[in-house]
Design a protein around this ligand. Structure first.
Ligand code: IMP
Length: 492
C-alpha cells in the first residue's frame, strides 16, 4: 500500500517537474479572498524548487499542509514550504511577530525535526503590543462596519512602518537605545489614542517603551541565527542557478490596493508583491500560478458577489452547529440530507451554503471562524487573472462538486443594468450593487475525491474544467481533489 502511495506521488512530482523545470522562479498567489488551498499547491510544486520565499502577510495567514507521513502542519508566519524541508525565506514584505515566530518554529520542530533553515529579513516590520492595541481600538471605532481582522496587528504594522515610527526586526540587533528611541516615538504618536483607550477601559495598562524593548530583546538571541539580508541572498542564489518559489499569502480580493478596500489586509498579496516584498527585480520572475477554490470563501467583512448566504449567518452557523463539522456520523447524515434537497431543487441559498460549509469544513486556520461560501465565479477570476497575469490556474477542492446534478455558476456581473466586460471590476464600494448573472452547469454523480489523473475524471467533470478555462481565458494546470498530497491532477 505504502509503495503504491509513493508511486502515485512520484508520478505527480514527475508531471509537475516536467512543467516547472522551464521556470526557475514561480510566484504562487491567491485569486479570491484567501483560504484557496495555496498551502497544498505550494507543497506539491515545492519539489521543483530549492528555496521558498514569503513576500507578504504575516501571522494572519494560515497555510495547511499534509506531509507524506500524514502529519498536518499549519504554518502562519514561516513559509509552508518548510514541510518539504526547503530553505525558507521571510522577505522584507512580511510582517514579523517575534513571539509567534518562535512558537511556530518550536511547533514545527516537534512535527518535522530540524527546522533551522529559515532566514528572516532585518527589514520586516516588527510587531509590538502597540500594534495589536491600535488595531483593536480602530476596530472598536468602526462600530458595525468592523473589518473583522485576524487580530495580528497587520494593518498597523504596515501603516506605522510607512509613517516611519515603527521598529523593524533589525532594531533588535542594533543598539538598545535605538530600539527604545523608536518605540518611544511610536508610543508618543499613539499616546492620545492610548489615553482614550485607558479612559474607555478598553485596556487596563499600557506598557512603556522600555518594558516593550526588554520583552522583545529577550527574544532576540533566538532570532539572531535566522537574520539575513534576504534580498541579496536570494539574488546570489538565483545567480548560482538556485530555483525559488514565492509563496503568496492572503489573496487578490484582500490585496490592500486591488482588493475590496477597506475590507482588505494590508500587504501586497497580488503576484507583483513578490518583487517589492523580496527586493528582486521584476525580470527575476518567470511564471505565476494563481490558486482559486472552485467555491470561493470569505471570512471577515466585505463584498463577495457570488456569496450564497449572509456572512454573519454563515459564520455563526459553523459555531452553532460544530457537531456537523466534528462528528463524522452526524456529518454524513446531514450531508446526505442536504445533498438530496439540493439535487431535488428544493434547497434554499442558506441550505446550499450550509452543505458546502460542512462538506469543506470551512473554518479558518488562523481564527477558527466559519467561512462563508460562494458559487463558482468567472468574472472575479477574470479580474484576478488580469491583475496577476498567471500562466496557469490551480483549481482546488474540485471534488466538492461531486454528487451534485448541477450548480449555478456566476458568468457575468451586471452593474446598473449593464453587463461588465471580462476583467472589468467596479470600485469596491459599488461591488455590493453588482448583480451576479448565473448559468446552471452540469456536475457529476461519481465521487472524485482523491483522484490524481485527469483520465479518471467523469466526462462531465472534464467538460466543466474545459468550459471554466475557456471562459476565464487561462489554462487550468492543477486540479485539487482532496487534502492528501497526491490528490492533485496535473493537466498537461
Ligand atoms: P487582517 O489581515 O488581519 O488585517 O484582516 C483583514 C481581512 O483579511 C479580514 O477580513 C480577515 O478575515 C482577512 N484575512 C486576512 N488573512 C486571511 C487569510 O489568510 N485567509 C482569509 N482571510 C484572511
Amino acid at each position: 500500500m505504502a509503495i503504491m502511495q509513493n508511486e502515485k506521488l512520484d508520478t505527480l512530482y514527475r508531471a509537475l517537474q516536467s512543467v516547472f523545470v522551464h521556470h526557475p522562479t514561480l510566484v504562487v498567489a491567491g485569486a479570491s479572498f484567501g483560504d484557496e488551498g495555496k498551502g497544498k499547491v505550494i507543497d506539491a510544486v515545492m519539489r521543483s524548487y530549492d528555496i521558498v520565499a514569503r513576500y507578504s502577510g504575516g501571522a494572519n495567514a494560515g497555510h495547511t499542509v499534509k506531509t507524506d507521513e500524514g502529519v498536518t502542519v499549519v504554518s502562519h508566519l514561516i513559509p509552508c514550504g518548510l514541510a518539504q524541508r526547503k530553505t525558507c525565506v521571510m522577505g522584507p514584505g512580511e510582517f514579523f511577530d517575534a513571539r509567534l515566530f518562535l512558537k511556530e518554529k518550536q511547533e514545527a520542530a516537534h512535527l518535522l525535526g530540524d527546522v533551522s533553515d529559515i532566514l528572516v529579513d532585518p527589514m520586516c516590520a516588527l510587531w509590538t503590543p502597540y500594534h495589536g492595541l491600535l488595531e483593536s481600538y480602530i476596530e472598536s471605532l468602526r462600530g458595525k462596519d468592523i473589518i473583522g481582522t485576524t487580530g495580528k496587528g497587520i494593518a498597523p504594522l504596515e501603516a506605522l512602518f510607512k509613517l516611519r515610527v515603527s521598529p523593524v526586526v533589525g532594531h533588535l540587533f542594533a543598539n538598545r537605545d535605538e530600539l527604545v528611541k523608536i518605540l518611544g516615538l511610536l508610543h508618543c504618536v499613539l499616546q492620545p489614542l492610548f489615553n482614550e483607550m485607558l479612559a474607555q477601559q478598553l485596556v487596563k495598562e499600557m506598557p512603556n517603551p522600555s518594558q516593550v524593548a526588554e520583552e522583545l530583546l529577550g527574544l532576540a538571541a533566538d532570532i539572531k541565527p535566522h537574520i539575513k539580508d534576504t534580498s541579496f541572498w536570494l539574488s546570489q542564489g538565483l545567480a548560482e542557478g538556485k530555483r525559488v518559489l514565492f509563496e503568496g499569502a492572503q489573496a487578490t480580493g484582500l490585496d490592500a490596493r486591488f482588493g475590496t478596500y477597506p475590507y482588505v489586509s494590508a500587504g501586497q498579496s497580488i503576484a507583483a508583491g513578490a518583487s517589492v516584498g523580496t527586493g528582486l527585480p521584476m525580470q527575476a520572475f518567470s511564471a505565476t500560478l494563481l490558486v482559486a477554490k472552485i467555491l470561493p470563501t470569505r471570512v471577515g467583512a466585505g463584498p463577495f458577489p457570488s456569496e450564497m448566504w449572509e456572512r454573519d449567518a454563515a459564520e455563526s452557523y459553523a459555531k452553532e452547529h460544530s457537531a456537523y463539522f466534528t462528528d463524522k456520523s452526524k456529518k454524513q447524515v446531514f450531508l446526505a440530507e442536504a445533498l438530496g434537497k439540493i439535487n431535488a431543487g428544493t434547497a434554499s441559498r442558506p441550505e446550499w451554503s450550509q452543505y458546502f460549509q460542512v462538506l469543506g469544513d470551512e473554518r479558518g486556520a488562523t481564527t477558527g471562524r466559519g467561512r462563508s461560501v460562494g458559487f463558482p465565479d468567472i468574472p472575479w477570476l477574470q479580474y484576478a487573472c488580469r491583475i496577476n497575469g498567471p500562466q496557469w490556474l490551480a483549481i482546488t477542492r474540485f471534488d466538492m462538486l461531486s454528487g451534485l446534478r448541477s450548480i449555478p455558476v456566476v458568468v457575468g456581473y451586471k452593474l446598473d443594468g449593464t453587463l461588465l466586460r471580462p476583467g472589468e471590476m467596479p470600485p469596491p464600494w459599488r461591488l455590493a450593487d453588482v448583480e451576479a448573472v448565473f448559468e446552471q452547469w452540469e456536475c457529476w454523480s461519481e465521487n472524485i475525491y482523491g483522484t490524481g489523473r485527469e483520465a479518471d475524471l467523469p466526462q462531465a467533470a472534464k467538460v466543466f474544467l474545459q468550459r471554466l478555462e475557456e471562459r476565464i481565458g487561462t489554462k487550468i494546470l492543477l486540479v485539487g481533489t482532496g487534502p492528501e498530497r497526491d490528490a492533485l491532477i496535473v493537466r498537461t
